[in-house]
Structure formats: structure tokens, C-alpha cells
Design a protein around this ligand. Sequence first.
Ligand code: PBG
Length: 348
Amino acid sequence: MPKDRGNELPRYTAPGRPLGAYPRLRARRNRRAGWMRALVAENRLGPQDFIWPLFVVDGEGVSQPVPSMPGVCRWSVELLVERVREARDAGIPAVALFPYVDPALKTHDGEHALDPGNIVCRAIRAVKAALPEMGVVCDVALDPFTTHGQDGIVRDGRILNDETIHVLCEQARVQVEAGCDVIAPSDMMDGRVGAIRDTLDAAGHEDASILAYSAKYASAFYGPFRDAVGSAGALGAADKKTYQMDPANTEEALREIAADLAEGADMVMVKPGLPYLDVIRRVKERFGAPTVAYNVSGEYSMLKAAGERGWLDYDLVLLESLMAFKRAGADAILTYAAMEACALLAEA
Ligand code: PBG
């Protein structure tokens, strides 16, 4: 007759320990308390990992919410400086500035990008004057300044590579002369990193860094960003597939990264982020260079939308997905949620 065990659960006793290391080894011992999990964590997330992208708009006292990015605003310059001060106080090392350009200032060739008095240059000067210790990153690309919303010079429906590079070099120089620390070419023209490096060096700006958007995919996850900078309407139904990468490819991403590093990129970027963690991992392993991930607008808005509906716990999925970037090998993460993440990490 089997013994009546009542509520007692059966327990494995391992008479001869025949299979593997269990039960001598129990992975759960390292997970049994918060202090223990903290001790054995392989990756850590902190304010120093973040670059906070911010949108700047003309005017004074202006904060314009971006409807497709809940919690994100376009700020006029003096309010932008306040945001950057908050980022500094939270321990974030750098911000990335993006302009919303008055549609009246947009042209077919985007000449306003070269005006040292444009909104992005004014924002750079104001931030660096108030907070010289903060890193300032700026895109080099023409899309906020062109009537067609493409990143380059367009003739007969084609985006011209070499003519565009010529303009991007000047845009980079103007932004560095306004005080930008890190030039981030996001246009995906071939050869722009080397040309920008030469231009900056010839102008005596050898300390200005280049963060190359090297593996930048033609992605629909950029939709909300294009609302924020006001290029969505201009772009219309057109796409950027003749210069941004095909989401089907990773070998090509490695060739792009190799080329940009050879041309003088100090840091490389993979963009978008969460759907491309495999690319981040391969890039980090292959090159060992500072690797930056862009947690793009659509990734941010997806979590926000699900959180607002109560379908996901926003705070938890945010920290989990930011940690995923670290696990994949990213050294820094551009994320619109940088300040939220800092607040959550400070509480934890
Ligand atoms: C502009 C640029 C884009 C983003 C950063 N710089 C959009 C695009 O290439 O169309 C996307 C950022 C985001 O979605 O958060 N060249």
C-alpha cells in the first residue's frame, strides 16, 4: 500500500545523482533574492547609458506636444535648455537635438541647413552656453530642411550622392562651429563620413566627433519622428529605400560599419533598435567599436500606446527593453524615454 502523503509534495531525492549536476547545482539559488540578483547581473543600465533626443522649435515659451509620441514635446530654445539641465542633473551625458523647421524656410535643396542662425544652431549655442559640460549630438541630413522630406539633394526624382555630400560637409561644419560636439550623419550617402572628417579637420575641428548612422534601415518605425520634425507631410508616400538599408540584410550592415570606421567614424550606430538587436550584437562582436543603438520613435510610441491602454505595464517593459540593448552589446542608447528610465532606475 502506498503511504498516504496528505498535503506533502513529492520531493526528488537524487539517490545516485546520475544525470548532470542537478541537484548540486541549482540555478535558482542565484535568483532567490533581490540582493543576490543584483550581485550576479551581467548587464547594468544607468543614466550614463543614455543619449536623450530632443526636438526644438522656434519661438518663446513654446511646448508643442507631438501627438504620435505621448510625453514628447517640441521645445523652444529656452525651454529646451531647461530640459537639458534636467538631463544633466539626472546623470545623462549627452542630448541629441533635432529641429522642427518652419515650413516657410524649407526649400527644394534645403539651403537653410547651412544658415548658422537656423533653429538647430541657435539651440546648440544656447545649450553649450548654459551647460558646457553636456555633450551635444546633432544629425547631419537635409530632411528637416527640404520641401520633399528626403535627406539629400533631389534631381529628376533621384537622390544625388556626391552633390549631397558637399552640402552635408558644410552643414556639419556650421553645426560644429555653433558648438556641436558630435556630428551624426543620418543620411546614408556613400562616402560622407570621410568627406565630413576631411572638412572638419581642414577647418581645425579635429576634436569634433563623428557618430555615424552606419547601419540605418529604411524603416517604418521612423513614422512618429517624421511627425515631430514635420517631414512626414513633405515625404508623403515616398520612401528612402534607395539610400537607407533593406531590413533583410545584416552582412551589408557589417560592410557599412567597416566602411564608416575606415573613413574615420568614432562611433557607429544601428537603427532602429529593438527589431535589430541581432545587428547590434554582430557589430559589437566584429568591430569592438563604440556601438550606439537608436531606440527610435516608433518603438517608443508602441510601448506608450500599449501602456496607455493598460495592455502592458509601461514602466516594466521600458526597462526590460532598454536592458535588451545592453545585453545585445550596445554601449549607449538614444531613447526618448531616457528621463523616464532615469527616474525608474533611481526608484529601484
Ligand atoms: C533623419 C532622421 C530620421 C530619424 C533620425 N534622423 C528619420 C528618417 O531617416 O526618415 C529617425 C528617428 C526616430 O524615428 O526616432 N534623417
